[in-house]
Ligand binder design. Sequence first.
Ligand SMILES: [Zn+2]
Length: 274
Amino acid sequence: MEVKFTNEKITDHIYRVYGLGDACMYFIKGNERGLLVDTAYGVGDLRKYIEETFAVPYDVVITHGHADHANGINQWDKVYMNHLDIELYKSRSEISTRRTLLKKRVENIDEYPDELFQTLFEGEFLDLNEDTIFDLGGVRVEPYHAPGHTQGIMVLLVVEDRVCLFGDACGVMTFLFRPETSTVSVYRDTLNKLLAMKDRYDRILRQHGTCESPLSLVEENLEVAEEILNGTDDHVPWEFQEFKVFIAKKCDLKTAQREDGKSGNIVYSETKIR
Ligand SMILES: [Zn+2]
């Protein structure tokens, strides 16, 4: 059993990297340095693949501490991640947790031995905050704090390519119900912040599903957040894993397509509104 990695070029400097499972990663390559964004579930030798494929000195940044984004990091000595998500990363890093998550996408995950799974990070977390700007040579990457999905989640603006990497911060089904999420009210502030930056990006890239969304995604999520706060959303009950949650706008659960044709939607808990 071997884990295969692949990539596709998205813009002048951005490559999307695929490994095992549904969460993609990105590599941003400048003239002098690179930046690996996320490490997915941490199965297989991602480091070897990145170094053979891109062949530039690089840093590693993690958008947020969830198991499907952060678990490959023990292949490096130092990684950037917002310190607010460190405990979250540690709490979701067991191999059994990752196997359970992967099972939905990789039916034969049990055939992959434990040795292929990266273990708990023993290196140093460097704080990723809005002052941590990466100049890669011909392309700069600016991180912005975007709390909601987790407390420490960051989006990355790839300035010269006019692209914003949203990660899980704002999606077609933004999840706002786990213990680590912020309230809808705090998330509304984040959406207003992303909206205020809209003249700086023309494309939104994400890490799940189609991995890209139209620019209307932010305004649509904002509209939905306002509806939840006003109590005027569709408020559709749903059970996800052990959570009893609500979907703000009626949609097809398989495709996440909203009945009214718009894209942005929020899944939330009644205890996490204000
Ligand atoms: Zn996440």
